[in-house]
Design a protein around this ligand. Structure first.
Ligand SMILES: [Cu+2]
Length: 163
């Protein structure tokens, strides 16, 4: 009789341990899927291109974080407010600031380097499905790039990589 009870308790303990292991694995997986951190370099020159973000087009999952790295000095990352999905937060990094932004709303995000916007230093971040504001963001970008002194086709090129 005691042996039966002992076995029963031991079985419960094993079940408890299993639950804990299972929970840990779930947490690890969740962490992996929902909070990846991506990095974008801010560069004055790369592969024959002047004033660029690398990569200029980045596709991420909802909930991910992006960090802009000041690989070469003199740049920043600032959201272009006309190119954000509805309800998304804007951001504004200072020059040489390695800003981190969490992306919790799906859609297309356009951003720029303030000192070099005129030189076409821009980038796109696609969070999940771009359809939410793809057309309105592209429309604004196509008009904006006409005023650039250099890199006049950059937004067009970047948008062509989205779909
Ligand atoms: Cu710049």
């Amino acid at each position: 009789m005691y042996r039966v009870i002992y076995k029963f308790i031991q079985g419960e303990k094993e079940m408890e341990n299993f639950k804990i292991y299972f929970l840990c694995i779930c947490l690890l997986l969740t962490n992996d899927i929902y909070s990846a951190e991506h990095q974008i370099k801010m560069l004055s020159s790369s592969n024959g291109q002047m004033m660029v973000f690398e990569p200029p087009v980045l596709k991420i999952n909802k909930g991910d974080t992006v960090r802009w790295i000041s690989t070469q000095p003199g740049h920043n990352s600032v959201s272009i407010n006309e190119m954000l999905p509805e309800g998304a937060m804007s951001w504004e990094g200072g020059v040489n600031e390695e800003i981190s932004v969490d992306f919790n709303v799906e859609g297309v995000y356009g951003y720029k380097c303030t000192p070099h916007y005129i030189l076409g230093m821009v980038g796109l971040i696609i969070v999940g499905d771009p359809k939410h504001n793809f057309d309105s963001a592209k429309k604004f970008a196509t008009e904006a790039e006409k005023k650039f002194a250099t890199g006049k086709d950059r937004f067009t090129k970047y948008f062509s990589e989205v779909k």
